[in-house]
Design a protein around this ligand. Structure first.
Ligand code: HEM
Length: 506
């Protein structure tokens, strides 16, 4: 009896000592570690007055004074800004598990049926299941191969449109053309669009553009805690209206896909067909809801159309302004492909300079200039305390221009990505994020962006008056301030491929 009592008392004593040590450590941690450096904040607005219309540029400027890890208040919301490769690695790799969530943003949360999508879903069973579907079914190499014809056909349509302009010596807005190309490809991959569905693309795209604008709209009630219950901007009504209209369009498309007629039509299965199969599968490990699918469609349009188009547009702008680099890129295509046929996806493994041009473009003009995560628990990063539920803004744009990492950081030099070091160099950029929550579309981007770029410069010389203006506009996917408008001139030798338009040999 005495022995048992003695045993229990000893165990309780040990537990007490452990708890005491833990609380002393937490107390020390809290009091020893300071928050990352921060400029002086103003009452109520915090640091909002320091952010210009182009957030990544303003944050970059601040980071040159306050360092690669900065603490800022946007209204009542605490944020840590990450502006170097080392700090990005600390957050995204060394402390990965603590930063796998994205913050809940009111506009996005409402539009995505309460974060039922993939992009804003919390890191948990649903997100893990969708990630597996992405990597094994939707964006695996085999899945990307299935849509090779779609990419080829849509690229051919773009080249024919530009060729028509070349024939009448008229200028063309390449940015617009490229957006049309990427949204057509995504629509055909998502819905297996047929000729009879031609109005669908415009309808869905217009709707998604509106949703994206609303998602990024500055929400005053969310930013200032004392306005939380008010809707001074009438945003709730706009969000409700937009989501209802989106729902009607997508529900109709989903019903069409569920019909026998559609199922019996055969052909390559679209992404929506695959998702609906999982939705109908009673034995599926995770039950997908219709809202999960609708949210996912929003993500793929939101993440996959403008980003890729804008990357090609910036790459062409850099090449036009750097004729030597343009010449080297065109020579590589001539050597690998010749002038009897157009460049195709299977050539890409031999076009290392074109690949380097794309990487250098992503360094200086990343299609996602900033991305956001959130800390789950309080932790220490590089000797600073990061409180729980702090928004973490990774400034990809600043990381690509960090003079400690890149020689002549503002120069466009694709050569830095040539040779054996290219992989290490690419990882330094975090253009597609890092770790489990990184971009699932990266493989597709590298299949498609270099191909479009190579095809355009293989076929055309692009003439502009003077130099291309390189200012950035505002927008989440780094748009140019002014569209890339130029007069295309068909290159010698290539003309014959277009002689019996629209037949082009691929
Ligand atoms: C040049 C083109 C692109 C760039 C620069 C880009 C960049 C990014 C970045 C920086 C992130 C955040 C990663 C992180 O938090 O670590 C992201 C996430 C994402 N991207 Fe992309 N992306 C591109 C193209 C695409 C494409 C083509 C698709 C799909 C068709 C896509 C779908 C997504 C999705 C669904 C996520 C969310 C992943 C998650 O939360 O788990 N992106 N992308």
């Amino acid at each position: 009896m005495m022995d048992t009592q003695y045993f229990i008392v000893t165990i309780l004593l040990c537990l007490g000592i452990i708890l005491l040590i833990q609380s002393i450590n937490t107390y020390r941690f809290r009091n020893k570690l300071s928050l990352p450096p921060s400029p002086t904040a103003l009452p109520i607005i915090g640091h909002i007055h320091l952010l210009g219309p182009i957030a990544h540029q303003a944050l970059h400027k601040l980071s040159t004074h306050y360092g690669p890890l900065m603490y800022l208040f946007i209204g009542s919301i605490p944020n840590v800004i990450v502006s170097s490769t080392e700090m990005a690695n600390e957050i995204l790799k060394s402390n990965e598990l603590n930063f796998l969530n994205r913050p809940t943003m009111q506009n996005v949360d409402y539009l995505t049926y309460g974060s039922a999508d993939f992009f804003s879903a919390p890191y948990g069973l649903h997100w893990k299941f969708m990630k597996r579907i992405c990597m094994m079914e939707l964006f695996s190499s085999r899945a990307i191969d299935r849509f090779a014809n779609v990419r080829t056909e849509e690229l051919r349509k773009l080249l024919v449109r530009v060729m028509k302009k070349a024939e009448i010596e008229e200028s063309v807005d390449l940015g617009e053309q490229l957006k049309e190309l990427t949204s057509s490809i995504i629509t055909r991959m998502m819905f297996r669009e047929r000729r009879s569905d031609s109005g669908r693309r415009e309808e869905v795209i217009k709707m998604v553009v509106e949703l994206n604008e609303l998602a990024g709209f500055f929400n005053v009630s969310e930013t200032f805690w004392f306005l939380r219950r008010l809707d001074l901007q009438g945003i709730k009504k706009r969000l409700k209206n937009a989501r209802e209209r989106y729902d009607v369009i997508i529900e109709r498309i989903m019903k069409e896909h569920e019909s026998r007629n559609h199922k019996d039509a055969g052909g390559v299965r679209s992404m929506l067909d695959i998702l609906l199969d999982i939705y109908e599968d009673k034995n599926s490990e995770i039950k997908l809801t219709r809202e999960n699918i609708k949210g996912f469609i929003m993500n793929i349009y939101g993440g996959g159309t403008d980003t890729s188009a804008i990357t090609v547009e910036w790459a062409l702008s850099e090449l036009i302004n750097n004729p030597e680099i343009m010449k080297k890129a065109q020579q590589e295509i001539e050597q690998v492909v010749g002038d009897k046929r157009l460049v195709q996806e299977s050539d890409l493994c031999n076009l290392s300079y074109i690949q380097a041009v794309v990487k250098e473009t992503l360094r200086l003009h990343p299609g996602g200039p900033i991305f956001v995560r959130e800390s789950n628990e309080e932790c220490a990063v590089a000797g600073y305390r990061i409180p729980a539920k702090t928004r973490v803004i990774v400034n990809v744009w600043a990381i690509g221009r960090d003079p400690n990492q890149w020689e002549d950081p503002l120069e466009f030099k694709p050569e830095r990505f040539e040779g054996s070091e290219w992989k290490v160099m690419s990882e330094k950029m975090v253009s597609f994020g890092a770790g489990r929550r990184s971009c699932p579309g990266e493989k597709m981007v590298f299949r498609f962006v270099p191909l479009v770029l190579a095809a355009v410069i293989q076929c055309f010389e692009l003439k502009v008056k003077g130099r291309v203006e390189m200012s950035e506009g505002s927008g989440s996917s780094l748009p140019r301030a002014t569209p890339l408008v130029c007069v295309p001139v068909a290159r010698e030798g290539i003309k014959s491929l277009f002689s019996l338009e629209p037949k082009v040999n691929f």
